[in-house]
Design a protein around this ligand. Sequence first.
Ligand code: SF4
Length: 83
Amino acid sequence: MTKGEKMQGNQLRYILLEVTDKCNFRCKHCRVEGWEQIKKPLTTKEILSLIDQAKERGVKTITFSGGEPLLRKDIIELITYNC
Ligand code: SF4
């Protein structure tokens, strides 16, 4: 089990997707400040594929995180996909 995954019994029910490392703020406590910028972020298609794979494995809840997820131009498509 990796960070952000939560198991219930033997069933994966929850995942956290960090969809961007970008953010307009620089909170002192945040790790984003020290991150090396991701050179090739996941595409919309790649994230939608991850969502499909998660649902196939029984995931019921996905949290979109970052960075600031609202900076992605495709965030509405991602959060409304396959609801
Ligand atoms: S990702 Fe959140 S905690 Fe980090 S700098 Fe941005 S607003 Fe602050």
